[in-house]
Design a protein around this ligand. Sequence first.
Ligand code: ATP
Ligand code: MG
Length: 429
Amino acid sequence: MSKSLQAIRGMNDILPEQTPLWRYFEGTVARLLDNYGYRQIRMPIVEFTELFKRSIGEVTDIVEKEMYTFDDRNGDSLTLRPEGTAACVRAVLEHGITGGGQVQKLWYIGPMFRHERPQKGRYRQFHQIGLEVFNLDGPDIDAELIVMTWRLWGELGLRDAVKLELNSLGTSESRGRYREALVEFLSAHLDKLDEDSQRRLKTNPLRVLDTKNADTQAVLADAPKMADYLDDESRAHFEGLKARLDAVGIPYVINPKLVRGLDYYSKTVFEWVTDKLGAQGTVCAGGRYDGLVEQMGGKPTPGVGFAMGIERLVLMLEALDKVPEELARQVDVYLCAFGEAAELAALALSERVRDQLPNLRLQINAGAGSFKSQFKKADKSGALYALILGDDELAQQVVGFKPLRGQGEQQSIAWDALAAHLATCVVQG
Ligand code: ATP
Ligand code: MG
């Protein structure tokens, strides 16, 4: 096939076989966020390039090498969003909805774009559900974010497969002092650091902690620890968070090397990781970013948030066999009509039934096809019941009602009684 007729590498179609699981996942998260009082916000997919450079940080993987950037027709530099926080902060500032200390608890869902090497769990267009909370500065809200995700893993059956890693990056002052100590230590081991880390040491030294290079990791084992440099306020905040997680019984491990790939974090950072997906093990990540809003031109506004990767979580549900059985069945009732007059009656009848049972998943197969072929389709659809409407049924104003799964005789049901009958035998979600 010619290349222009293929999807772009790392950008996937999500086929009809896969969308039920996506919708199940997305629906579960949306319901949970609704229940905790979070409100959805929808931002554009494209923003000015400058927005991402300013918020994410110039010396980050995303800004240095992963952004899809292009010139608009008028010469403006635009970028397909690589993450949601920057745009969300831009939106709340632009609309003034965090002014005067107004609390906002927001969530969003949608595609993100990063030019990375495509592999399992890592794509160039991928999807996130993220949330951001503004104007709450206590550890209670950091805890709420984590508690909500813990509940989500519970609902999805994933609790045993994920692990929570926590760290505190402190305030910018304490991080500054730590940075100095780290630079001093790493400079003394410069020759043992990988090339990227040598460069980062000059531009963004904390990012060295995030290295995947084994030699550099070995050097880091003896490096100074952020925990020893935390200011009292950050320390108290971190203790407050841990106490709340303990109160709910959420297990965690402290990972002193957890710094996250974006520059804007302060105090709490966390990741939910799994060993079920190979190298792409982080399924949800976030933290506090108390300085970001101000850095982007707003009044000082505390913020905290996270984002989860939908592809990775969908992969996990599949890998661990946590796909709910009912997803296999997308049709409750399949109506087969034979003959022109019967088809008309079937359409009118099905609309009457839908009026009374708005949640019924009824598929109608009007159109050509022998009895046998229509029945095959009914069976293949996964429906629980087939309805049959031919000339005989038409004359008597009934339908044949045939259970497709398990035993049960075919019976005749009057049109007027059909909705009531279906209501008793189809459990509606
Ligand atoms: P990683 O360390 O895996 O590159 P990250 O730190 O870059 O992740 P974030 O920017 O924090 O990731 O994004 C939050 C979540 O979005 C990640 O934990 C992951 O689940 C998902 N994610 C990030 N990049 C990709 C990608 N290229 N493809 C699929 N999912 C992704
Ligand atoms: Mg990344």
